[in-house]
Design a protein. Structure first.
Lengths: 117, 115
């Protein structure tokens, strides 16, 4: 079974600085997708960024980028120029590429990010 | 476009009571899921469905039941509520074609407290 591990329960960053959230995963599959979700106090789950395992190029979305290391099974999220609105719980998630798994997402336990002035 | 709608947003149940959490989506998604979120535990899959009439258990199905009579609706039933079912519940949906490329569309969650 696939597992996703987020080893940082809490992180803190100053406004305008850069922070990196860590995620590792375990799978025997070669083709899969990885995601980072943001959950603000409103509880809504918001997709931040996704990465296809077959792509070597790291995904970027504005201030958000990932460092995807397939061999190491590592998928970290970098937030640049941090803003107060970035304060939230961040979840790393894995999804196998074949539909035989009903495309279920497996989540990590989350990292709570605080942004300070 | 409403996306995924969950009701209610909050509910307090007494031990032994039962209730149904409603979930409906208007995107014609085949795949639907129910997760529970406990502090420090991430999201755990309760049940999922790949289409109308087809449901299957996830990681933590005990104490819950589901049905999928239509593509749009995927209600979650709690029978004999227990304090261990105090949690935040999320419903989500996904397309079938190229489903894995994308994440889910989530509902806004239901905070359930069993006292």
């Amino acid at each position: 079974a696939q597992t996703v591990t987020q080893s940082q329960p809490e992180m803190s960053v100053q406004e305008a600085e850069t922070v990196t959230l860590s995620c590792t995963y375990d799978t025997s599959e070669s083709d899969y997708y990885l995601f980072w979700y943001k959950q603000p106090p409103s509880r809504q789950m918001i997709l931040v960024i996704r990465q296809e395992a077959y792509k070597q190029q790291n995904a970027t979305e504005n201030r958000f980028s990932v460092n995807f290391q397939k061999a190491a099974k590592s998928f970290s999220l970098k937030i640049s120029d941090s803003q107060l609105g970035d304060a939230a719980m961040y979840f790393c998630a894995y999804r196998a590429s074949y539909t035989g798994t009903a495309s279920k997402l497996t989540f990590g336990t989350g990292t709570r990010l605080q942004v300070t002035l | 476009n409403a996306g995924v709608t969950q009701t209610p947003k909050f509910r307090i149940l007494k031990i032994g009571q039962s209730m149904t959490l409603q979930c409906t989506q208007d995107m014609n998604h085949n795949y639907m899921y129910w997760y529970r979120q406990d502090p420090g535990m991430g999201l755990k899959l309760i049940y999922y469905s790949v289409g109308a009439g087809i449901t299957d258990k996830g990681e933590v199905p005990n104490g819950y039941n589901v049905s999928r009579s239509t593509t749009e609706d995927f209600p979650l039933r709690l029978e004999l509520a227990a304090p261990s079912q105090t949690s935040v519940y999320f419903c989500a949906s996904s397309e079938r074609v190229l489903a894995s490329r994308y994440g889910y569309t989530f509902g806004s969650g239901t905070r359930l407290t069993v006292v």
